[in-house]
Design a protein around this ligand. Structure first.
Ligand SMILES: Cc1cc2nc3c(=O)[nH]c(=O)nc-3n(C[C@H](O)[C@H](O)[C@H](O)COP(=O)(O)OP(=O)(O)OC[C@H]3O[C@@H](n4cnc5c(N)ncnc54)[C@H](O)[C@@H]3O)c2cc1C
Length: 342
């Protein structure tokens, strides 16, 4: 389908809520696209805690966040919803020139027409926290990276990981056998990373496969065309030492921002969008679901987000085509899955 062709539903956010919205859109025969600022689907689960177990998703006694995302992506995209990753939503206008009306959704990379919008933007668009070192941005792409997209890109390199959370520790483990040397620095001696991963890194240190410096920060980066070494400083003693490295990867978490969504005239409560019982915002045709919504009794959980996605999409389908019932029927009876009514 041509990306400039109008879609029934455009979902802002490819977290669990947005993925389930895409599934329900497809199940109801509605065309759909997902837009997300991150380079990968999965929202908070992939950005903040891919290696953590989740215990309160129906049907699983426990499931790793990244495994849940893998299966939600397979389920969500099975009907052909397209995805636009690495695109931040910047603007929204309403066009009424065809007598029916639709939205034009603007992103950092394009403009997309859509009959309805489902905002599943969670806590906002994520951006990696930068290394707190003035001028370090000149090294971006020349040895300084804020994420590991393909571990093979660090083959044979001396890698410095900065941070004390899951991402920094996970990569200290997962770059083993790929990177030539792995050093981890953290400005404190307490880690946010999962205790099991910290134990794995301790074991790697014990056999000389990884180095860890606590109370340590990057004071300067040196090199020519690319990074060649860094100056590290001990936060307490102020002692400095140089370390030869090919790559510096700060994994300091993300900050999030609702950005343009705040400017669309939506009723909000703090940073959340107010919705009614059918997940409609105060602007007709714009629905919201998941962590971004606010209503009495709201719980910010995966289970509630996916239920809200179901309500939002079924009501959007009915708004687009009033002959289509809000109630989707039972999936176990639907012809789209090869089932028959019983
Ligand atoms: C450490 C941690 C552990 C958790 N554990 C659990 C648990 O055990 N059980 C549970 O139920 N919940 C848990 N949660 C909460 C759960 O992750 C959230 O409820 C869930 O991720 C909400 O899903 P969502 O799709 O609504 O939003 P998100 O997951 O936040 O996804 C929103 C997506 O929208 C994108 N986006 C936002 N704004 C824009 C924009 N302007 N343009 C483009 N894209 C945009 C973002 O990049 C993001 O990918 C946990 C949360 C954290 C942080």
């Amino acid at each position: 389908m041509d990306e400039q062709e109008i879609r029934d539903i455009t979902v802002i956010g490819g977290g669990p809520t947005g993925l389930f919205a895409a599934f329900y859109a497809g199940m109801r025969g509605a065309s759909c696209r997902i837009i997300d600022a991150l380079p990968a689907l999965g929202g908070q689960l992939m950005a903040l805690y891919p290696e953590k177990y989740i215990f309160d998703v129906a049907g699983f006694t426990k499931v790793l966040a990244k495994d849940l995302v893998r299966d939600m992506v397979a389920q969500g995209l099975q009907f052909g919803a397209s995805t636009h990753l690495g695109e931040t939503v910047t603007g929204l206008t309403r066009v009424d020139d065809d007598g029916i009306g639709h939205f034009m959704l603007e992103t950092s990379a394009g403009v997309y027409p859509s009959r309805t919008i489902v905002i599943a933007a969670g806590i906002g668009a994520f951006e990696s926290r930068k290394l707190p070192l003035a001028g370090s941005e000149v090294w971006e792409g020349r040895g300084l990276y804020d994420k590991v997209l393909d571990p093979r890109a660090f083959e044979g390199q001396r890698v410095l990981l900065v941070g004390g959370g899951d991402s920094a520790f996970d990569w200290a483990v997962n770059l083993q056998g790929i990177a030539r040397e792995i050093t981890l620095v953290h400005r404190r001696d307490q880690f946010r990373a999962h205790a099991a991963t910290v134990a794995q890194v301790d074991a790697l240190r014990a056999c000389g496969k990884c180095d860890l410096h606590t109370f340590t920060e990057v004071k300067a980066i040196h090199g020519g065309d690319r990074i060649e070494r860094v100056t590290l400083v001990h936060a307490k003693t102020k002692e400095e030492h140089e370390l030869g490295v090919d790559a510096v990867i700060p994994l300091l978490g993300f900050h999030s921002d609702l950005g343009a969504i705040k400017e669309w005239g939506l009723d909000t409560e703090k940073a959340d969008v107010k919705v009614d019982q059918v997940m409609s915002t105060n602007v007709p045709g714009i629905y919201a679901a998941g962590d971004i919504t606010s209503y009495p009794g709201k719980l910010k959980l995966i289970a509630t987000g996916v239920a809200e996605a179901c309500i939002a999409v079924n009501n959007a389908v009915h708004l687009i085509n009033p002959k289509a019932k809000v109630n989707p029927g039972h999936s176990s009876n639907l012809a789209i899955f090869g089932q028959t009514d019983d």
